[in-house]
Design a protein around this ligand. Structure first.
Ligand SMILES: O=C(O)[C@H]1O[C@H](OP(=O)(O)OP(=O)(O)OC[C@H]2O[C@@H](n3ccc(=O)[nH]c3=O)[C@H](O)[C@@H]2O)[C@H](O)[C@@H](O)[C@@H]1O
Length: 478
């Protein structure tokens, strides 16, 4: 009715009175235009709604932009933020240390942060949550750490203003530097990410550390890959490391040389830890043991590399808990840096240690262990070791770490993988199991199948494994 009124009182057009006899037709036209307008408005609105609800960013746990490393911007600062930083880094035990853990939402970073916190040290995390692998796993690790009182600042190690701010707010005694671009084969796809994180990022961090007052002692993640084409086994820290087989290895080797420079010029105390293929619960989905597990469970074939003449490819797989002990021992035995305000006062400690398991296992044996644990036969596709940066074998000599750090690995591959598989099925409880499905099956499948029960049952039927439910997420269960 109100529309009619409006139409009636509309200003007349020059032809209105001349066309009096067709006023009925005129009104009809108005009606039909209005109906059309209303109709198309609804269609348009409907399209917007469909687009909104179906777009991946609205259905995925993280907005896609947030997870794209190139588009990320981080916000930090402010009194509330500083309060969280201080509280997380507060030492709560006698003789405790205050540690900045970079890469805290990563696999090793999460475990090390939790272990430090458990014993009363102050811990502040830093992570850029990049999308090298599914960031929802990093978010899950972050949630676990938050429950233990560890705050992870979101930011990049290349952001020197942020790093300086952190040192302004907290006088860290130690830095555990684990942020890096990991993965040997991915270096062929995205070489610049290795330079960005492992070289430029390391330099940014060391620049800020050398100017900090007091300077912290730094332990950081190098890699077994620095041994490259070295054939002398087991690998000792004194062996040559000038033949890297991948850009990843080359950036880690460069890191060791950069560490030497900052130790030499500025008196920074630096300990490089050469990790040997670290695996376990909360691990990295880009690593073979992890995606083999997923693919075996899904019935997909897996590619197992072999060297020339059917030569065995083997790794000195090292369980996460052993690595954590090595990291904590490296921090505890680190001497203080000797410089202040960017000036060296005397010689400082410079160390490098192998943290391995000392018993290499062929990749084919790794697969056999997984088959037994999962009760599923793998579809094996044996193929020649591609020229993608992989080396044929790794084997750590750990006598130096044993002597100076008291490092003594205690978990063999069978035992460690059992804990990993238990974690896959049990550690998240029902709710997190749902989350896990996203990592294993991919987001699209998750959102296509809405019923949690279907997931739960199909998972059970598919694997033939008993699913153990636990009420709370347990991260470090025995
Ligand atoms: O020791 C290290 O420093 C390195 O350990 C691992 O690198 P890698 O040993 O290559 O671990 P995976 O990628 O899990 O590969 C394990 C084994 O499986 C083999 N593999 C990998 C992938 C595949 O499809 N098939 C296959 O047989 C590899 O050749 C290798 O022998 C990590 O991914 C690196 O980030 C780390 O720095």
């Amino acid at each position: 009715m109100s529309q009619m009124k409006h139409i009636d009182s509309a200003p007349s057009t020059p032809g209105k009175f001349k066309m009096e006899k067709s006023s009925y037709i005129h009104r009809l036209r108005w009606h039909s235009s209005l109906a059309k307008l209303t109709f198309w408005s609804f269609v348009f609105l409907g399209l917007i709604l469909v687009f909104f609800f179906r777009s991946p960013s609205s259905s995925s746990p993280l907005p896609s932009d947030l997870s794209r490393r190139s588009l990320r911007t981080y916000s930090w600062g402010g009194p509330a933020w500083e309060k969280r930083v201080r509280s997380s880094a507060r030492v709560r035990s006698r003789n405790g240390i205050s540690v900045l853990v970079t890469g805290a939402a990563g696999f090793v970073g999460t475990h090390v942060s939790a272990a430090l916190k458990r014993r009363g040290d102050g811990v502040l995390g830093l992570d850029n949550f990049n999308d090298y692998y599914d960031p929802s796993l990093k978010r899950a690790r972050q949630a676990l750490l938050e429950r233990t009182g560890v705050f992870i600042v979101e930011g990049d190690i290349n952001d020197m203003a942020l790093l300086r701010k952190l040192f302004e707010v907290v006088a860290f005694t130690h830095v555990m530097h684990l942020a890096a671009q990991a993965g040997v084969r991915y270096a062929m796809e995205n070489p610049s990410s290795y330079v960005h994180s492992n070289i430029a990022g390391l330099v940014s961090l060391l620049e800020v550390c050398k100017s900090a007052n007091p300077q912290p002692a730094i332990a950081w993640a190098s890699s077994s890959s620095v041994y490259g084409l070295n054939t002398k086994v087991p690998f000792s820290e004194r062996d040559r490391t000038d033949q890297p087989a991948s850009l990843y290895a080359a950036t880690k080797k460069a890191g060791e040389e950069i560490a030497h420079t900052y130790n030499h010029i500025y008196g920074l105390s630096l300990t490089g830890l050469r990790f040997f293929t670290v695996y376990g619960p909360w691990g990295r989905p880009d690593m073979a043991y992890f995606f083999f597990t997923r693919d075996i469970l899904k019935g997909k074939s897996i590619s197992i590399f072999e060297a020339a003449n059917h030569g065995t490819v083997a790794r000195d797989f090292t369980y996460i808990d052993d690595i954590v002990k090595g990291c904590l021992a490296a921090l505890d035995t680190a001497e203080k840096s000797t410089g202040t305000g960017g000036k060296k006062k005397g010689p400082a400690q410079l160390r490098v240690f192998n943290l391995g398991n000392t018993s290499p296992v062929p990749v084919t044996d790794l697969v056999s262990i997984l088959e037994r644990l999962l009760k599923v036969k793998a579809k094996r596709n044996i193929m020649k070791l591609p020229r993608n940066g992989d080396v044929q074998f790794t084997h750590a000599n750990i006598s130096s770490a044993q002597r100076e750090l008291g490092y003594k690995p205690t978990t063999d591959l069978q035992t460690g993988l059992k804990k990993f598989v238990r974690w896959i099925f049990a550690s998240h409880g029902e709710r997190s199991f749902f989350d896990w499905w996203t990592l294993f099956a991919g987001h699209s499948e998750l959102y296509q199948k809405k019923s949690r029960t279907i997931h739960y049952n199909s998972w059970k039927c598919f694997t033939g494994c008993a699913v153990i439910k636990v009420s709370k997420p347990t991260m470090f269960e025995a």
